[in-house]
Design a protein around this ligand. Sequence first.
Ligand code: SF4
Length: 282
Amino acid sequence: MKNDITQIEKLLQDKNQLAIALVAPSFVTDFKYPSLIYRLKKLGFDKVTEVTFGAKMINRDYHKILKTSKGLMISSPCPGIVTTITNKFPKLKSKLIKVDSPVVAMAKICKKHFPNHKTIFISPCDFKKVETESCKTLDHIIDYDQLKLLFQKNKIGRPIFKRKSDWLFDKFYNDYTKIYPLSGGLAQTAHLKGTLKEDEVAVIDGINKVIKFLENPDPKIKFLDCLFCDGGCIGGPHTSKKLTIPQKYNKVIRYLKKSKKQDIPEDRKGLINIAKGLKFTK
Ligand code: SF4
């Protein structure tokens, strides 16, 4: 089981085993940036990356597919949506876009560049635990609540930044896909302008609203960008219960703005040729 915390803890304490963190971009709902990077390294991670580069890469496939597709197509990064459609609307299963989710894409990228590192996804979601069980390039998954407990147990609190490298993601940096955990984040960042008209795209978050749409799909819609949780992944089951969805939304937007101002060294950027040779379409 990839969500075995005892095993993950042991692995992080093993000096002979390197590990790389793949952080979901919704992390700002529960952790501070950049201190999370520092705290993860204290916990034992050798490298810390964000899943946003995986999102950038799958966007390219979404764009290509939607350019030539006919009729309704449905986004598939959310395993809650994939499960609901498979179980409740089997006739619509063929409409799910057959492209990897951002974390699966990111795990492929990380394994290509760090084949000896264990890949560990830091996630807001329980559905992802099921989805990633079959992913060969992702070794483990841990949710935000479990990570908080590990920080507590290991007494890893507020950091003191000494070096610049303590507050930057190590690799594959990408800024504009930081809005991916928001409802409509995929449609907004897949460069669909000129491919689909505005009224051909529907953005829906919250499974009840998604089900309502799927029971009677609007024939005009060619792309449904939908997420299971209210507000998107910022409403995931392991995100903060103290904050409202608008508060979490604002945190993501503030994080995006802050990140855009950062001067990122060339060797840390998520450039397209880094993923050369990898396939994200199923
Ligand atoms: S919307 Fe919810 S169920 Fe879907 S991937 Fe995000 S956190 Fe998981």
